[in-house]
Design a protein around this ligand. Structure first.
Ligand SMILES: NC(=O)c1ccc[n+]([C@@H]2O[C@H](COP(=O)([O-])OP(=O)(O)OC[C@H]3O[C@@H](n4cnc5c(N)ncnc54)[C@H](OP(=O)(O)O)[C@@H]3O)[C@@H](O)[C@H]2O)c1
Length: 260
């Protein structure tokens, strides 16, 4: 299927590792111009180096912390300076700690929401006027099934994800009048550094790491970042032009509920 992403300019937050990195490289393979940001320069340099052999597209990067509005404004300005427009924003940089409810302080909640909730909100607010000026665009929020499946041990991230499911639909309503299509995805367990970190802290009694990973979904395996990237590329493309205000689950069947 031809996705028509050649020449499109795509801003991928958290593009240096995991889902973001796989997405950036898949976009390069399709001929897109990717602007990736994250905090660590070394991983961004590695992405730029690997992108050279990934396909006809290109990657530019900027090191920035998306926990504050100034970092976000800097990233958007640099992306526009690099390519002149932002056709697609993939809001992906996020992380929230698991933990025991009574041990988590106000500051823990506020720190993690700065990135996983407000980072997405601020980035969308910074990009929307640019998309409207250029005649349209697409915002894709990478959220997480924790928002659909409340659990005592993952409240900060789960609540942020629930809020982002709402935000995605509300932003789609806003985007409708501005030529901006908005979608979200809810990944289940995907094999990235983040999931490996979770396994160490969150499931100490789950047997061997391999067993824990097998038990995470009915398919007997966790997802690969490249599988999420494939969904993100489709949603970013004109092939998905009628998908707007939807949150789509990619979790190997792990969420048994009707929602997602
Ligand atoms: N993996 C899963 O199982 C899973 C499941 C559900 C949802 N998700 C969601 O999918 C998204 C990607 O997850 P992942 O597993 O690919 O994560 P990851 O491997 O930990 O990568 C996270 C990316 O975000 C960047 N980042 C982290 N904090 C940042 C900050 N303050 N400012 C700017 N960039 C920052 C990281 O680079 P630096 O550290 O260098 O900044 C990295 O590039 C997240 O929003 C996560 O919540 C993942």
């Amino acid at each position: 299927m031809e996705l028509g992403l050649e020449g499109k300019t795509v801003l991928v937050t958290g593009g240096s590792k995991g889902i973001g990195r796989a997405t950036a490289l898949a976009l390069v393979a399709e001929g897109a111009s990717v602007f990736a940001c994250a905090r660590g320069q070394e991983d961004l340099d590695a992405l730029e180096a690997d992108a050279k052999s990934a396909g006809p597209g290109r990657v530019a990067t900027l090191s920035a912390d998306l926990c504050d509005g100034a970092g976000i404004e800097r990233v958007v300005a640099a992306a526009v300076e690099a390519y002149g427009r932002v056709d697609v924003l993939i809001n992906n940089a996020g992380s929230a700690r698991p933990g025991v409810f009574l041990d988590l302080a106000d500051q823990d909640w506020m720190d993690d929401w700065q990135l996983k909730f407000f980072g997405y909100v601020r980035m969308a607010r910074a990009v929307l006027p640019q998309m409207e000026r250029q005649g349209g665009g697409v915002v894709v929020n990478v959220i997480g099934t924790g928002g659909l499946r409340p659990m005592a041990g993952y409240m900060i991230g789960g609540a942020a994800n629930a809020a982002l499911n709402h935000f995605t639909k509300a932003l789609a309503d806003e985007g409708s009048t501005r030529g901006v299509r908005v979608v979200g995805i809810n990944p289940g367990p995907i094999l990235t550094e983040r999931l490996k970190r979770f396994l160490d802290t969150f499931s100490p009694d789950a047997g061997s790491p391999e067993e824990a990973l097998r038990n995470m979904t009915p398919l007997g395996r966790v997802g690969e970042p490249e599988e999420v990237a494939s969904l993100l590329l489709f949603l970013a493309s004109e092939r998905a032009a009628f998908i707007h205000g939807a949150n789509i689950t990619i979790d190997g069947g792990a969420n048994p509920g009707l929602m997602g």
